[in-house]
Design a protein around this ligand. Sequence first.
Ligand code: AP5
Ligand code: MG
Length: 213
Amino acid sequence: MRVILMGPPGSGKGTQAASIANHLGVESVSSGDLFRDHQKRDTELGRLARSFMERGVYVPDDVTIKMVMDWIDDPAHANGFVLDGFPRTHAQAVALDEEIESLGGIDRVLFFRVAQNELVRRLTGRMICRQCQTPYHAQSSPPNTEGVCDRCGGELYERNDDKAEVVTKRIQIYSDETEPVVEYYRSGGKLREIDGEASIDAVSEASLAAVSG
Ligand code: AP5
Ligand code: MG
């Protein structure tokens, strides 16, 4: 099964990706996490991506598409996947359609709807695991031990694009560039809209139902 998770910054894509992928017996990938991994390894792509990400704007399509297609083409992902944060532009959606057309295309697109004031609240209180990228929140989903990941024991940190002014820019770019892509999938009949403001468990339940039914 091939699933796409869409939604604005802070809507819960990363929170839900692993459990949806586990349920389907496939792997998930976040394009943002792939870029952050390149930055950690200080590759040329990582340095290029940083210059866009720290301003809250999208990394150019050509490098983004190549990076994600390399991941999809790995034989380990031949039976399906969950994509978190890709595609975000029309060109990315077209490239993905072409790449997997012969495999039957995308099965489901989950769209997490969350109001802007809640997105800002979530992102400005978020902490992420340096090792496994699990997101936490000081109020909504705190770790058992402060600063330590429940899942793998890794150190928690704040993303440098979660500063208030960059968050506002990310939300604006999302509405300009990615909302049209949401409508593209909605018109194709594969999109399932999920109330992303429900509790994390309720969103998870609705997501699993949407990929099962
Ligand atoms: P990326 O890392 O993908 O960031 P994003 O899209 O802005 O989304 P986030 O990761 O911030 O939010 P999320 O939806 O995963 O929410 P989370 O689950 O963490 O991309 C970063 C940058 O990389 C982009 O700005 C761009 O520059 C570049 N990039 C990436 N992909 C690209 C592409 N395809 N093309 C071009 N450039 C690209 O949850 C947020 C918080 O809320 C957490 O604290 C969590 O604990 C909490 N929370 C989650 N669910 C709930 C709930 N139901 N109730 C209460 N709290 C909740
Ligand atoms: Mg994320």
